[in-house]
Every structure is written in C-alpha cells, then in structure tokens.
Design a protein around this ligand. Structure first.
Ligand code: NAD
Length: 436
C-alpha cells in the first residue's frame, strides 16, 4: 500500500543532499536530518463515545507533532474514513515545511480521526470532537500545539473543541493563565475567528501569481488564461481574485463537471449559477449573462489538458499523475490543493519545463491567516479584514521572493527551492537551540 510518510522522508532526503554543502559540520547536519525524519511525538489512541442509540463506539485517533523547533506545533485535524497514521505523519512534516516556507513562528503537526462524519448526528459529532480534545489533553494549547480545521472539520467543530479545552483548563484551575480561544484557529468569527480567513487561501495564491507574473515578465494580464480545478472555498476565491486582478479565468470545475468559456468567465455569476442550478458544466457565464453559447462543458480530465497559460489544481490530492502530466499544456501550475502532484508526475513536469509553484507556498495564505487569528487571540484584539489582508500580502510576497532567489541561484525546480528554504530554516532553528 502507498505510504505517504515514506514519500515525505524520501523528499526530505532529496532536499538534504542539496543542502549539505551549506553546513560545515556534516555530522551535526546529518543528525538534524535524522531528527526530522521522525515526528517528535505521535499520539495514537481510541476515542470512545456514546451514540444517540445509547451504544458505545470507538474511533481511532492520531496527532503527529513533527517539529517544535520554530515554535508551537500547528496543523489541521481531519475527520475521514481514510485517515492513517502514515498520512497524518506525512502531513505533519509538510506542515513544518509550510510554516517555515512563509516564515511564521510555528512548527508542524497534523491530526486525524478515522470516521465518516456524514454517518454521525450533530450531537455525536460534538461528542467525538470533545473526546478528541480530552485525548490530547495538555499536549495542545496556545503555546504548545494549535490545531485548525482540515478535511471535514468545520468552524463549528473548532468551536466545540475550544470550549472543551476551556472546560478542561477550568477543571485544572489553569483557565486564567492564558486565553483559551488561542488554542484553536479556524473558529467562527463570533468566537475569536479572524476576518478574511475564508478568502485568505485563494487570495494568497493570487499574490503568488502576481509575483510570478513580474518575474516572468508577463505583459498583458488580460491575455493570461487560467483554468481552475475545484470551485469550493479555495478555487472560488482564487478565481475571484485572479479575475479582479485582471487575469482571464477561462475554466472552472467541481466534482461533477466543468465549464470552459474561452472569452473569460465571471466567477461571481458562475458561482450564483452553480448554486441555483447545481450544474457547474452548464454555467457558462460572463459578466453580463449565463448562456450555453458562451462556452462548453468539460470533464475534469479535459480541464487539466486545456490549452491555457496557468493551471490551478484546487480540489484534491494526486490529480496530476504520470498519466495526466504528459497531457498538460499549461506552462505554469499553481498548486492550491495539498499534494495535487504525484512524485512521478513532478519529474515529468520538470522535464517538460513546466513551472510548478508548490503547495507549501501557494496555499500558505490559509495557515498564515490562522497565525493572524492566533496573534489576535493571544493579544486580545480584533483586526478588520483590511488589516488582515494588508498583513497577508507582504508575508506571501516575501516568502515568494526568498524562494525565487534560491531557485535562480541553484538552477533547480521551484518546488525543490521552496523545500530547501523551508528545511534550512528548521535545521537552523535546531542548531540554534542546540538540539543537535
Ligand atoms: P472545498 O470542499 O471547499 O472545495 C473542494 C472543491 O473540489 C469543490 O468544488 C468540489 O466540488 C471539488 N471536487 C471534489 N472532488 C473533485 C473531483 N474529483 N474533481 C474536481 N473537483 C472536485 O475544499 P477547499 O477548502 O476549497 O480545499 C481544496 C483544496 O485546498 C484541498 O486540497 C485542501 O486541502 C486545500 N487547502 C485548503 C485550504 C483552505 O483554507 N480551505 C488551505 C490550504 C489548502
């Protein structure tokens, strides 16, 4: 069976080979790499809850805390039947690289529960969420590990979790010592969530696109065509901000179908049409109207192979594979989904000189705004949306440029450059702390 943790370690070793020459003390460097191949702590257990029927049921649960070298652990919690220990471990390594790539003071972690939340009632889901917090106990907290939503976990789930955390702190008489709201991010706005969080991931990706456009000397944005796979939170907001910035978004899709409008589509109208009709494929909409004559329906596979300038996978993992990569015509890929490209496909894209902006940079606007949420919570403040977005832009732009300079200097792929920057920051923190 495919083991994502093994992939993550292989990737780290590949980056280590490129980084080794930068360290004079090779033994210490190897010790740091060795340390980073294994999460610092792996919590594994079973959550027992009472179902509405009165029966007891248990669910396997994990939290992998990979690295605390740069700050408290940070990473989402996913509720999914396919969660495995190896997946959670791999994702925790990637979170360490992502927080380091954008320079926010966190380490990396990930959590998961093996459950199909659609099979639980809201009351059962609440009991499961609270049980997960009890399972982790003092292993999480504002200055220790700050979880967030991930696949199938919502702001409501974060609200239950933060409440359980606060109850736990009251029981141990420590509730006054810190602001419990800062123990989770991705919370509802009325419970310490941040303005701007909803659109931050998509917008962060467009900030990256704008920087890339400058580096590649793209002259006329209105001629740069963009196809986006996925029209959920990330895909929609990427489309909206790319369109607002002047790019020509020509195709979007959801799990069922996609639409291609060669003259450029209007994301707001397209979303309204999809909500109204439930059929993305028939929503060929420009800024004036939706009409079949404006475009045509495309499948998700066809969308990936469209003759566009920029392709944006914003839905699922592993969609760019050794089968689909040779068919891609776009010269630039912005990875807004987590892990959309398989390692084999990545080699094909590199050989075809297709520029890939990796997920650890492209979609880091989300975790960066989570960081802003945490800063607001620990300082007891609330920022306006304009304040949040004004802070996000320089953060993404600086991260992009840090990586770009390594990319140019080392004549490598942009993905490897991003990993080099990120892993080096974690190793340097380990050195400074004297942990190796
Ligand atoms: P979402 O559930 O809001 O949207 C997912 C979209 O993908 C939907 O439009 C859905 O119809 C579509 N989709 C599902 N199956 C598909 C398929 N087989 N083919 C094409 N489209 C399909 O999720 P989201 O929050 O937009 O997340 C999308 C991706 O971005 C995920 O990989 C997620 O891990 C990543 N991500 C999200 C955030 C965030 O802030 N939401 C942050 C970082 C990374």
């Amino acid at each position: 069976m495919h083991n994502p943790y093994k992939d993550a370690v292989t990737q780290l070793e590949l980056v280590a080979r490129r980084l080794e020459s930068e360290y004079s003390d090779k033994q210490r460097f190897r010790a740091a790499i060795q340390l980073l191949t294994t999460p610092e702590r792996l919590h594994e257990g079973s959550l027992e809850i009472t179902l509405d029927s009165g029966k007891q049921q248990s669910f396997k649960a994990f939290r992998s805390q990979h690295s605390s070298a740069r700050g408290p652990y940070k990473g989402g919690i996913r509720f999914h039947p396919g969660v495995t220990k190896e997946e959670v471990q791999a994702l925790s390594l990637w979170m360490s690289w992502k927080t380091a790539a954008v320079g926010i003071p966190y380490g990396g972690a990930k959590g998961g529960v093996v459950v199909d939340p659609r099979l639980l009632s809201p009351a059962e889901l609440e009991r499961l969420s609270r049980a997960y917090v009890r399972f982790l106990g003092t292993a999480i907290g504002p200055w220790v590990d700050v979880p967030a939503p991930d696949v199938n976990t919502t702001p409501q789930i974060m609200a239950w979790m933060v409440d359980e955390y606060e109850v736990m702190m009251r029981e141990s008489n420590t509730a006054a010592l810190q602001n419990p709201l800062a123990s989770f991010t991705g919370k509802p706005l009325t419970l310490g969530g941040s303005e701007g969080r909803e659109e931050a991931t998509g917008l962060g990706g467009v900030y990256v696109l704008e920087e890339l456009a400058k580096k590649l000397h793209w002259q006329r944005k209105q001629d740069i065509t963009v196809a986006i796979q996925g029209f959920g939170n990330v895909g929609y907001w990427f489309a909206y901000h790319a369109d607002t910035a002047g790019y020509k978004v020509v195709a979007v899709s959801d799990s069922k179908s996609g639409v291609f409008v060669p003259t450029g589509l209007d994301p707001v109208r397209t979303l309204a049409c999809k909500r109204e009709t439930g059929k993305m494929g028939t929503c060929a909409c420009n800024e004036k109207e939706c009409h079949v004559s404006l475009g045509k329906q495309v499948s998700n596979q066809e969308l990936l192979a469209l003759d566009v300038d920029v392709l944006v996978p914003a839905a699922l993992e592993n969609v760019i594979t050794s089968e689909t990569a040779p068919k891609i015509k776009a010269k630039t890929i912005i990875e807004m989904a987590n892990g959309p490209t398989t390692p084999e496909a990545d080699e094909i894209l590199a050989a075809r000189k297709i520029q890939v902006v990796p997920d650890i940079l492209a979609n880091a606007g989300g975790v960066s705004t989570s960081y802003f949420e945490w800063v607001q919570n620990v300082s007891g403040s609330h920022w306006s949306k304009a304040e949040v977005l004004t802070k996000l832009q320089p953060l993404m732009v600086t991260a992009f440029n840090d990586i770009w300079s390594v990319y140019e200097r080392e004549a490598t792929t942009f993905r490897l450059a991003a990993y080099q920057v990120a892993v080096k920051r974690v190793i340097d923190a380990l050195f400074l702390r004297g942990r190796v």
